[in-house]
Design a protein around this ligand. Structure first.
Ligand SMILES: CSCCC(=O)C(=O)COP(=O)(O)O
Ligand SMILES: [Mg+2]
Length: 225
């Protein structure tokens, strides 16, 4: 029996264009000022040090900013970058520069599934902080009360079966009672390898994906839940 749903964000609950045309450019524009203004704060310093270590060099902050901008262009899913992006987006949400994009069908079905007692979780490469900000500031209001928990790459990469095995362990449910939703075939393959049910969201944005053996839905309305 289905007991829990774990959902991806970009391309699944939310549009690719919001992430790539609003969030990423906002962070790229603000990174330099952000590092100058907040680089001395322990949380930001830790993330910058983590990025410097990953970059493998003895870089000063200006060089590091250039590396972080390149990583954003390459859509690198690395923890320190994702952590810094979340902190920068916080200001954007607070100032009303943008709202978190969530498809209408996703907001409605998440509410319905929550009311039916299904346990809902998020698993995204964006930091947990960034995930909560997005769902807190939507045109449908604050959706964060719908979710029991949030996972980011701290638990492992989204294309690795071990990450889903760890999520199953944390949820304390049989893997077969958990449905994972994503628009990325490799993520769905990894979840299926750990025994989760899967469904591939194909919302018609971006290049068409080969869903392989995964059931396909064009919106949350087409999911058999
Ligand atoms: C958490 S909001 C921003 C999404 C993001 O930064 C990202 O990299 C998208 O990753 P996803 O795993 O949701 O495809
Ligand atoms: Mg996605």
């Amino acid at each position: 029996m289905l007991q829990a749903i774990v959902t991806d964000i970009e391309g699944t609950t939310s549009s690719l264009s919001f992430v790539h045309e609003v969030l990423f450019p906002y962070a790229a524009r603000h990174i330099e000022d952000f590092v100058r203004a907040h680089g001395h704060e322990p949380q930001v310093r830790r993330l910058l040090d983590g990025a410097r270590e990953l970059a493998g060099g003895n870089l000063d902050d200006a060089q590091l900013v250039a590396v972080l901008r390149r990583w954003m262009e390459e859509d690198r899913k690395v923890g320190p970058l994702k952590g810094l992006q979340g902190l920068m987006w916080e200001e954007g949400y607070r100032q009303g520069d943008f709202q978190g994009h969530v498809y209408e069908d996703a907001a409605r079905r998440l509410r319905e599934w929550h009311a039916r007692g299904l346990r809902l979780y998020v698993y995204s490469s964006g930091s947990v902080h960034a995930q909560m900000l997005l769902f807190r500031h939507t045109r449908f209001g604050d959706l964060t009360p719908l979710f029991r928990g949030y996972f980011d790459t701290g638990i492992g990469g989204k294309k690795e079966a071990a990450s889903y095995a760890e999520i199953v362990r944390e949820l304390g449910l049989p893997a077969a009672d958990i449905l994972f939703l994503s628009d990325v075939r490799a993520e769905l393959d990894a979840a299926a390898a750990s025994g989760l049910r899967t469904a591939c969201l194909m919302r018609g944005e971006g290049p068409a994906v080969d869903p392989g053996p995964h059931p396909v839905a064009r919106s949350f309305d087409e999911l058999s839940v």
